[in-house]
Design a protein around this ligand. Sequence first.
Ligand code: BV8
Ligand code: ZN
Length: 265
Amino acid sequence: MPECRAYYSMRGNVQAARLSGSTSVASTSDLGIVREKIAAARSLAVLTGAGISADSGVPTFRGTDGLWRNFRAEDLATPEAFERDPRLVWEWYNWRRELIATKRPNPAHAAVVELERRCSEFWLITQNVDGLHRAAGSEKLSEIHGNIWKVRCTACGVVEDNHDVPIPILPSCRHCQGLLRPHIVWFGESLFASDLSRCAAALQSCDVLLVIGTSGVVYPAAGFASVAKEAGAFVAEINPDATPHSETVDVSLRGRAKEVVPLLL
Ligand code: BV8
Ligand code: ZN
């Protein structure tokens, strides 16, 4: 299908945008409604998943490119898998670090930074560990599942930034020589209490929540949209495909993040 792009006639008068790859359309009226809600918002929150980084070339989890050596994330991103075979888990994370190191934020990441700049009460909640929101300039954010450029010592617990690419397959702590692990929240592990309370505050006080590029399958993040909705927020989803969120949100904009999110500015 020919790739079509959004056609701007006059600033703010966005014609129906048939967006690349997806057959469905982010309708002008829906785009207009969400833009108005954002412009009028006293408090804005944004929740992102792997889809916002897909346009930067980072594989998503459930996309066709989400598997590594036929392992699903749920197989490797667990304390049990690390206990069983830390070398295998580190090989997987090293593969992702090498890949992510070559990627750059895309226009959707940049638009989220602009929303943070414009709205005094703003918070970004990301499930992504790729660090691209920080690289784009986001400051008011919770990386609720951790960051792939941070390591934690399994013995003394020290947490440090580490940008070694490649990283030694069984990296050791420079303080106690203990085995390092990725400072990432694995399946079966609880999120950090500080992140949970900060996110709860943002979700309960926001007028508008944008849910960008997430399949809404992994908890507790998958429950965040309904927390905001129940607190009275206007919730909009941006995703080329329908998700479990699509039933509960006020507006679901079908399209790629890099094309739709900048249209909301
Ligand atoms: C916990 C770090 C206490 C690792 C991650 C309740 C019900 C059922 C199960 C549970 C439950 N509560 C807890 C669980 C267990 C589990 C869970 O939810 N399992 C799922 C599989 C059912 N949750 C946990 O274990 C959590 N901990 O709850 O602790 C506890 C413990 C045990 C039991 C009870 C309570 C910890 C979860 C965190 C795990 N760590 N990441 C790493 O990355 O290495 S999760 C990881 O997967 C990501 O961070 C993200 O959260 C998730 C993937 O989801 P998405 O980011 O949405 O990506 P996905 O590929 O799925 O979808 C991409 C979307 O983008 C799609 O919709 C696609 O259409 C769209 N898209 C594609 N291209 C674009 C696009 N959108 C826009 N533009 C594009 N261009
Ligand atoms: Zn240590």
